[in-house]
Design a protein around this ligand. Sequence first.
Ligand code: GAR
Length: 200
Amino acid sequence: GARLVVLASGGGSNLAALLAAHDDVAFGARVVGVVSDKPAAGALDLARDAGVASVAVAPADFADRAAWNTGIGEAVEVFRPDWVVLAGFMRILSPEFLARFPQRVLNTHPALLPAFPGAHGVRDALAYGVKMTGCTVHVVDDGVDTGPIVAQAAVPVLDDDDEAALHERIKVAERSLLVETVGRAAREGLRVAGRRAVFG
Ligand code: GAR
């Protein structure tokens, strides 16, 4: 199966969904490592509980942003990933990091890109007043949430939603979408031509 390295900064519910899928050989991929920028991230505990190797690479331990990017790039490379999955990873990775894994870094974002990129996709969609939002899995390029889109799922905004309630419903859709998309990419491959990403 394909080797997945998951990068996560937070609680790791998307990581948990990938860990729940990977024991099934039909999934076609295994999480072989989890890397976080935050030593206290819940995602690191989830990895440990699942018996998956995990490591924190904190910016505070490096002289500058470039050195951190090199450090985290080396930490990820140790696992020899076929795919690097950003699942709630809240930092921007440099072109130098991305060049180690060309077209092999996927991100899940809690909005229907290209609408509402950035760190507050759910809050920004709510503030804009859209009636439909959702989640996007895309190939990471040098921009912020600008890379070729692989898959999307729509989630309606309800009249009484606040950011937390809407984000929780998006995360339900997001977990299925991420597992389905990463599994397909692992089993079938993923080709990127210009802005279009297609399986196969
Ligand atoms: C997810 O909704 C993910 O899309 C979002 O953080 C959440 C992490 O949840 N990521 C971003 O906003 C990236 N800009 P999790 O830690 O439970 O997987």
